[in-house]
Design a protein around this ligand. Structure first.
Ligand SMILES: *Cc1c(COP(=O)(O)O)cnc(C)c1O
Length: 459
């Protein structure tokens, strides 16, 4: 008994769905950005168990539209300005479709040579497109959170304390420290927690008036920790922080990392994509010091989630940290890359295919123009906000703008709720120096000035 008797139903439903997707993308402006359902509203429409005899695709598509779609917040909406705006681009969606169709698992080179080789090729293209050093090895994983975890695991192994062999407990080890700015992403804390550094092992360094890590404060923290017998393991610089897109001074931090023998990890999950435009490569000043770098094409490079790239100039360390080859996975070839050796996962999706579709279909020139336009819109919004007497512009960096009302936290919070309640746009908030602020992040490939301009109409 075959699961699918023929591919006829698939073909018919597939055509309908592609038509639906094209209409969805083309008409997304007509949707409210934020879903308005209440907790449980979606779940209660579904039966206790799936159908016994099966239902045809038309019935499923009808359910998708009536039961599921109302519970979707439209991340692909050009007025989605919350968190980090992302894009399920048309090229990216087609790439995902083929990935699903092939269902290839790239654990080893030989389990799908093209999967591994296209990953190597696209990541070399991307490295060059971002103006990164040539000596970087790249690997795709699902998220920046996982990539930073892998980088910090490599950093821990790089200490030469035999942690792979002997673990961290029941032995004589100095306390290990990971340094990052007070604005670093929580994924750094999570990685450090999972790797056994503990909360006391994560040292948050204060930032300057532009929210950038202060190198002198970093030096003082390391000196204080060394004095107390602790050992610096890694320093994480963020180029494009989540809250305000501030840019840590990689060069000064890198020099300190080198002197202290600590691993330098650069978290450019959001900001890295901007460097496809040469004028934004200032965020890489000092990048040659970086032992590892994370960039998310699924954030600001028009690639559907998930696709996060980890670059490292020390792939051998990453491999020493994770390589563990069971007998059934042993291969006789030694020339090829088996990406399973460079991380936790065994099974690996063919994520390079959508990245290849995006890079090759749009071309670097067009991608640059769209990113440049996002930054231009952000600068224009910032200029308009600065001119409003009731508004305090807190910062604009790359495509992120943060502002508050001079009337205080409550008024600012109310303004945000008022904006989001219209359904026409979605902004999120942050807290800067204890003050509530509205945060606007541009990054969707369909965003035009008329979408951004809506914000001004509330002020
Ligand atoms: C978004 C973001 C992350 C987390 O990204 P995921 O891919 O969702 O794990 C990490 N660091 C920075 C700076 C980010 O902006």
């Amino acid at each position: 008994m075959k699961l699918d008797a023929t591919s006829d139903d698939f073909r018919a439903a597939g055509h309908k769905l592609i038509d639906w997707i094209a209409d969805y993308i083309g008409g997304i402006d007509s949707y409210d950005v934020l879903s308005r359902v209440q907790p449980g509203d979606v779940a209660k429409q579904f039966a206790d168990a799936p159908s016994r005899e099966g239902r045809d695709y038309d019935a499923l598509i009808a359910d998708f539209k009536s039961k599921i779609l109302p519970g979707i917040t439209h991340w692909n909406h050009p007025s989605f300005f919350a968190y980090f705006s992302i894009t399920g681009s048309q090229a990216g969606i087609l790439g995902e479709l083929l990935t699903a169709a092939l269902n290839a698992n790239g654990m080893l080179w030989k389990t799908s040579p093209a999967l591994t080789e296209l990953e190597t090729v696209t990541l070399a293209w991307l490295r060059d497109a971002l103006g990164l050093p040539k000596n970087l090895f790249g690997i795709i994983n699902d998220t920046a959170s996982i990539n930073s975890y892998l980088a910090l695991a490599a950093a821990r192994e790089h200490l030469g304390l035999g942690i792979r062999a002997h673990g961290m407990t029941g032995r004589d080890l100095p306390p290990l420290r990971v340094y990052c700015s007070e604005h670093a992403h929580s994924s750094i804390d999570k990685a450090a927690l999972a790797l056994g550094f503990g909360m006391t092992g994560i040292v948050k360094i204060e930032t300057d008036e532009q929210f950038r890590m202060k190198p002198d404060a970093l030096e003082r923290a390391i000196a204080r920790d060394r004095e107390a017998g602790a050992r610096p393991c890694a320093i994480v610089a963020t180029t494009g922080t989540t809250s305000i897109a501030s840019i840590d001074p990689v060069k000064a931090i890198g020099a300190i990392a080198q002197r202290e023998g600590a691993w330098l990890h650069v978290d450019a999950a959001y900001g890295g994509s901007a460097t496809v435009c040469p004028e934004f490569r200032y965020i890489w000043d000092g990048i040659e010091f970086a032992d590892s770098i994370v960039v998310n094409p699924h954030k600001w490079l028009f690639t559907p989630i998930d696709c996060s790239v980890l670059y490292t100039r020390k792939p051998d360390v990453l491999k020493e940290t994770f390589s563990l080859v069971a007998e059934y996975l042993k291969t006789t070839d030694t020339a090829e890359i088996n990406y399973m050796d460079y991380g936790l996962q065994l099974g690996r999706r063919f994520r390079a295919l959508k990245l290849w579709f995006v890079l090759e279909h749009y071309g670097l020139h067009h991608i640059q123009s769209v990113i440049r336009q996002h930054v231009d819109f952000a600068a224009r919004l910032a200029a308009e906000l600065r001119a409003k007497p009731n508004v305090e512009l807190l910062t604009q960096s790359l495509s992120v703008v943060v502002f508050r009302l001079r009337d205080g936290d409550d008024a600012t919070m109310q303004l945000m709720e008022q904006m989001n309640a219209t359904g026409r746009l979605f902004v999120s908030h942050t807290k800067l120096r204890g003050q509530y602020a509205i945060r606007v992040a541009l990054g969707n490939g369909a965003t035009e000035w008329r979408h951004v301009e809506q914000i001004l109409s509330f002020l």
